[in-house]
Design a protein around this ligand. Structure first.
Ligand SMILES: NC(=O)c1ccc[n+]([C@@H]2O[C@H](COP(=O)([O-])OP(=O)(O)OC[C@H]3O[C@@H](n4cnc5c(N)ncnc54)[C@H](OP(=O)(O)O)[C@@H]3O)[C@@H](O)[C@H]2O)c1
Length: 247
């Protein structure tokens, strides 16, 4: 175990998309980045690109659905630092947009394993390192689809996208974040959605076959804002790139 003067951040699912862009942006602030990737080769390629840009980055093989993988990740991170300032639970699975009448518990379970149990598994494992930081922050990457206010608004396209797994998994993640925030006031727990909810805009990534109208840089504005909150910043809030959004 070694200490580091740099701000330290672990980002899950950081081999591509919003996770990789968040790693790039937070690394550009001079932070030490632990780049989580469930596939070692994909993670290695992403880390090498960031390192070429001068970012202090360490690959952490991390499958959020596996206790063994998460435990090994904590061991690896502890080789480099005795505290973790920021955890970004970004890894996510979209599910297969199965209509509610056809949805099975098995299909939902697979999505929950990544989107709900994953962030809990990772947060629980990293709590001792977070608690050792002076001003720790956890950012949960959710979705407007996890907001009851958004999903029940007939003007929002998501209100007409009939599925159970993804939206309910993100709604569960939102509640889990609020409950962590209430119970652990020393750590800031906040929820980011990458889009501009009011403008029905999301960021172009593999998850949406690059149909989003925002860049990954725009998509990570909410994540970066919550990751860089000062000690007086809020806890238990839900924001997109334009500001707070309704639960
Ligand atoms: N794009 C948007 O505008 C938007 C809107 C709302 C919410 N989000 C949320 O933003 C987050 C990032 O999504 P994205 O748009 O950047 O999609 P993406 O490009 O598909 O990235 C998803 C990332 O999650 C990783 N992942 C999936 N399952 C994992 C697991 N079991 N363990 C570890 N990593 C895992 C993927 O790894 P592999 O490469 O190995 O598959 C990938 O790195 C997700 O939580 C998503 O729900 C995005």
């Amino acid at each position: 175990m070694t200490n580091t003067e740099r701000t330290t951040a672990l980002i899950t699912g950081a081999n591509k998309g919003l996770g990789r862009e968040a790693a790039r942006r937070l690394g550009a602030l001079g932070w030490k980045i632990f780049l989580g990737s469930r596939d070692e080769a994909r993670g290695q390629a992403a880390a090498a690109r960031l390192a070429e840009d001068g970012i202090d980055v360490i690959l952490i093989p991390l499958d959020v659905t596996s206790d063994a993988s998460v435990n090994e990740a904590t061991r690896l991170v502890r080789e480099h630092t005795d505290h973790l300032d920021v955890l970004v639970n970004n890894a996510g699975a979209p599910g297969n947009a199965v209509p509610p009448a056809d949805a099975t518990a098995g299909e939902i379970h697979a999505v929950y394993d990544t989107n709900v149990y994953g962030p809990v598994r990772v947060t629980h494992a990293f709590l001792p390192l977070l608690q050792a930081a002076e001003h720790p922050r956890v950012v949960m990457v959710s979705s407007g689809g996890g907001s009851f206010a958004v999903v029940t608004d007939p003007d929002q396209p998501v209100s007409k996208m009939h599925e159970l797994a993804y939206s309910s998994s993100k709604a569960a993640l939102n509640m889990i974040t609020v409950r962590y925030a209430q119970a652990l006031p020393h750590i800031k727990f906040n929820v980011a959605t990458p889009g501009e909810t009011a403008n029905h805009k999301f960021a172009a990534t593999d998850m949406n076959r690059h149909t989003g109208l925002l860049t990954v840089t725009e998509g990570t504005d909410s994540i970066v804002r919550l990751a860089t909150l000062g000690p007086d910043g809020p806890t238990g809030v839900f924001v997109d790139r334009l500001g707070p959004i309704a639960w």
